[in-house]
Structure formats: structure tokens, C-alpha cells
Design a protein around this ligand. Sequence first.
Ligand code: NAP
Length: 284
Amino acid sequence: MTAQLIDGNALSRQLRAEVKARAARLRAAGTTPGLAVVLVGDNPASQVYVRNKVKACEDAGLHSVLEKYDAALTEAELLARIDTLNRDPAIHGILVQLPLPPHIDDHKVIEAISPAKDVDGFHVASAGALLVGQPGFKPCTPYGCMKMLESIGMVDLRGKHAVVIGRSNIVGKPMALMLLAANATVTVCHSGTADLAHFTRDADVVVAAVGKRNVLTAGMVKPGAVVIDVGMNRDDGGKLCGDVDFAGVREVASHITPVPGGVGPMTITMLLVNTLEAAERAAA
Ligand code: NAP
């Protein structure tokens, strides 16, 4: 069996077109959805990420403001800026690009963002809302993975075993909660898991979010399983690759996400969806 690709670029285009249409309706009713992206310092990767986010907003008809600060910005100055953005009615979503310089406490800054504007879904209130099934903002990467599953008809995962490899606060843990909310039986594996293959071989869905190449190989996958690859790594030739041995696993799985062109574009797409939702809630 050669797996079907779940094309993150194509699905993103479709979802972004929907965002654009909803944003136009909201604008016609007097509200322009607005996202503030805050960058502190000159981390080259972060600069690329924020540029892509701002560009995606513009393309979807969302207003965006990019605030760039010198690495010497103090924590108090950043907190004051967030306070101002929290009270700005033209801004519905606030994203602080991580990592922040070492003298600034990431956690303190994220917690300063109003949960109503926490479109990255990293605030403790957003994590709590996800845990107890209340409306809040879902972290963009696992939210995008759920949309990819939905795109192949996997909406209710009752009776399915989903294995998440990785337990970070921004991917693995929220991913597990979203799969649980979709009625899957969920196993979360991590670096302390003794026999990873024992779990993955039983899984109908595997989500790999580790950050190491070849964490999941063909022999670890049940024939017909759906494989979502969140990882972003470089191969020996310097090319972008995921956590999954793509060439091997695609011969066993029924569906697989490629890297690049899989989960990556979905992350920004879900940021747009969250920002639009924040604006719709504010306008309601
Ligand atoms: P992270 O915070 O470093 O977490 C990695 C997780 O993998 C940890 O829970 C770790 O276990 C686990 N792990 C490490 N080695 C393992 C092994 N051999 N077997 C099983 N589990 C293992 O990383 P992250 O922020 O979640 O990101 C994970 C990957 O996704 C990275 O490649 C990152 O670049 C990528 N990513 C992509 C996007 C996107 O938009 N495509 C977004 C976010 C992240 P412990 O908890 O025990 O240490």
C-alpha cells in the first residue's frame, strides 16, 4: 500500500479562503480582525516566522501589526506594551514570538496576554479551557493536525487508538487532549517510554512531535494507520525533514503528512482561524 498524502498546502489554501470570506463579512459589519505580532531581538528564524505570519494575515484580509523591539527591551517594557495591546479594540489577537531573550520570563509574558486575545493558545487559561472542554483558543499546531484528520473523515475517533509521541506543552499534551475530546483512546509516549514500537504498532493514528529524524520507521506502524509528522529536522544534505522515515512509512500507512508541505503550513493557518474567531467573539 502506498499512503495517500494529506496535503497541508492544499488544506491550508481551502481554510484560508474560508477565513478570507468570514473576515470580509466581519469587515462589512464594521470589525476588521486584527493581529499584533511582537518580536523581541533579532533571532533569524523568528524573523522569518513573523514575516510569514504577517504576510498570511494580509493575504487573508486580516489587519496585522508587527512590533519589533531591540533585544535590550526590558521585561517591564514588554509587559507594558502587552497591557496596551490588551486594551486596544483594533487588536483581537496577540502573538509574542518565542523564544524571548534570556532576561525576559516567557511564562510571565504569555500570562500577561488577555485570554480573550491568546490566539497562540499558550496561556494557562487556554490550556485549562482545553482540559475541561470549555471554549478557548487551541494551540495552532495540534489544532492544525486535528483539521488534517478531519479532512480525511476522521472526526469521531471512537474505537480508534491514537499514539502521540512527544509531550511538550505546545504540541504533544494539547494534541493528546484534542484526540481525547474526539473520543480516541490515547497513549502519550516520550523519552521515558520503554518500548515505543509496542504502542505505535497498535495505533490507528500516530502523531510524531519529537524533533528527531526516523523516530517512526515502517516496522513500527500498523498497516493502514494514519501518520501525522509534526517534526522539523534537517537531513544529512541539509534538507527539511520530519520525525518519520517518510519513504518507508508511506508504504505501510493509509495516509501520511509530508515534510515540508504538511503540518507546517497548517500552523499559520490555524493562527488565522484563531484570530478571526477572536474578532468574531469580540464583535458578537
Ligand atoms: P520538545 O519540546 O523538544 O518536545 C519533544 C518531545 O519528544 C519531548 O516530550 C520528549 O520527551 C520527546 N522525545 C524525545 N526523544 C524521544 C524519543 N527518542 N522517543 C520518544 N519521545 C522522545 O519539542 P516540540 O516543541 O514539541 O516540537 C517537536 C517537533 O515539532 C520539533 O521538531 C519542532 O521543530 C516541531 N514543531 C513543528 C511545528 C510546525 O509548525 N510544523 C510547530 C511546533 C513544533 P521528554 O518529555 O521525556 O523529554
